[in-house]
Write a protein that binds this ligand. Structure first.
Ligand SMILES: Nc1ncnc2c1ncn2[C@@H]1O[C@H](COP(=O)(O)OP(=O)(O)OP(=O)(O)O)[C@@H](O)[C@H]1O
Ligand SMILES: [Mg+2]
Length: 312
């Protein structure tokens, strides 16, 4: 038994003159979730394809559940579940028949296969549609069936490539809950996503990819601390007070930025204790405040900063 369930070491992958992966290293401990974030074309799907043995790396090595993805592909495939960015269920078969077929291919008896199919259809709220051909499913139902299909064999490691793209908010939250339950049971998950909120909620650690490289990694909190800043947002009762407010805040060593249409001053601060400084500075010049809020850095700040740094 190994405790590192996914390990990529300096993995590169080129397609002709396109470098899709450029020396990517990631480590995912058992029972944890790694969130891979990145723009279109960053290399997320390519990394998933290498780790799930669908594509050989051009250089570098990778293991899943302790097995080498190139030389021990069968062992790897026997321990993983994959939900691709593009659904892979058989359109002509019903949801039930799709799941039974997979269970039978994995060696379950007819009875076991049917029981597993029923259990998963129930988990994914597809029981009512179980007997209909998958081609009649909505996009969200298909995504759920696809995820159910990847869980038939109770894999130790699951790869979810943009699992909630195209799902409505309720289905997305339902899927998050299922992933959380799997992780509680010890399953290891690598998921790619464009949704920062999803990474923030599910991922124990996050790797941000850009142009085939990991440009930042850590917990959501670590990434936020790296680039994000706390800020005090002040909405002025009257926009005409803005110049006086700015002068006074600057006198107190702060650097406010005015969002004129909203009559809002955004002032980055080091700690929440600086809230008092902001209030005092405004009070000194008798500026009336309509609304006051302190915001914490979000993963969006992290992402936008990294994307901006790259473009600069
Ligand atoms: N089979 C292929 N042949 C040529 N180029 C490819 C191939 N597969 C991927 N690429 C290129 O590799 C790069 C990374 O693609 P990849 O699909 O891994 O990105 P991604 O991060 O999953 O993007 P998205 O968010 O759009 O799914 C892109 O430039 C893509 O065009
Ligand atoms: Mg992709």
């Amino acid at each position: 038994m190994t405790d590192t369930m996914i390990e990529a070491t300096e993995v590169s992958k080129t397609f002709g003159d396109v470098t899709a992966l450029d020396g990517v290293s990631v480590t995912v401990p058992r029972g944890t979730v790694l969130g891979l974030l990145g723009h279109n074309g960053a290399g997320k799907t390519t990394l998933v394809n290498v780790l799930t043995t669908m594509l050989p790396p051009t250089s570098g090595t990778a293991t899943v559940a302790g097995f080498d993805v190139v030389s021990q592909g069968n062992e790897v495939r026997g321990r993983i579940g994959l939900t691709g960015q593009f659904a892979s269920v058989d359109e002509q078969l019903s949801g039930f028949d799709n799941l039974v077929l997979i269970a039978r291919l994995l060696g379950a008896s007819r009875g076991e296969a049917r029981a597993r199919a029923d259990e998963l259809l129930d988990l994914f709220d597809l029981t009512d549609a179980a007997k209909r051909p998958a081609r009649t499913y909505s996009g969200g139902m298909r995504r759920r069936l696809d995820l159910a299909a990847s869980l038939v064999g109770r894999p130790d490691v699951i790869f979810l490539d943009e699992p909630t793209t195209g799902l409505d908010p309720a289905s997305r939250i339902g899927l998050w809950e299922i992933v959380e339950a799997l992780v509680d049971d010890g399953t290891t998950v690598l998921l790619t996503t464009q949704y920062l909120e999803e990474a923030d909620r599910l991922a124990d650690s996050i790797a941000v990819m850009s142009a085939g490289k990991v440009v930042a990694s850590g917990t959501a909190a670590e990434l936020k601390a790296q680039v994000g800043k706390r800020a005090v947002h002040v909405t002025l009762a009257s926009q005409q007070d803005a110049p006086a407010a700015i002068v006074s805040l600057e006198k107190h060593g702060l650097a406010p930025v005015l969002d004129a249409p909203k009559a809002e001053l955004r002032t980055p601060v080091a700690s929440s204790a600086d809230l008092a400084v902001v209030v005092r500075a405004l009070d000194e010049v008798k500026v009336e405040v309509a609304q006051l809020a302190i915001t914490e850095p979000s993963l969006d700040d992290v992402y936008l900063t990294l994307a901006k740094n790259k473009a600069a």
